[in-house]
Design a protein around this ligand. Structure first.
Ligand code: 5GP
Ligand code: ZN
Length: 116
């Protein structure tokens, strides 16, 4: 049984209760297109289990971040973006708005999305 949190939008996307453009998945992570893209290619890679941020996921299971990075690389390459940028905002002061572990995967131009 996966860990979920009530009223978490990413838990609902992982469960298929809210629609999203799914780019790929593995047993531990789901990748979707970001609703509000900040780069020519902008995907999110979301953990299946609910934790507030990447550090909390790593504290629960160090391998969880490895699964995220592996799926990020897969979806980036499949979309023709072998060069890409990964971002994990942690805390409101860093711009985090959804408190369920995710990586932003940005591709398509160098040094894109300094604002993310
Ligand atoms: P954060 O600001 O927490 O680092 O990133 C959250 C990201 O989730 C934002 O880039 C935002 O556009 C994206 N987002 C928020 N709600 C949804 C949604 O319902 N569907 C999708 N596909 N992306 C979302
Ligand atoms: Zn969640």
């Amino acid at each position: 049984m996966s860990e979920t949190a009530p009223d978490c939008i990413f838990c609902k996307i992982v469960a298929g209760e809210i629609p999203a453009d799914v780019l790929g998945r593995n047993d531990h992570a789901v990748s979707i297109k970001d609703l509000n893209p900040q780069a020519p290619f902008h995907a999110l890679v979301i953990t299946v289990d609910h934790h507030d941020n990447a550090a909390a996921s790593a504290a629960a299971d160090k391998a969880s971040i490895g699964h995220l990075v592996a799926l990020a690389d897969e979806v980036a390459r499949e979309s023709g973006n072998a060069d890409y940028r990964l971002i994990a905002n942690t805390g409101t002061g860093a711009g985090q708005t959804v408190f369920h572990t995710h990586l932003h995967v940005l591709g398509g131009s160098p040094r894109m999305s300094e604002t993310l």
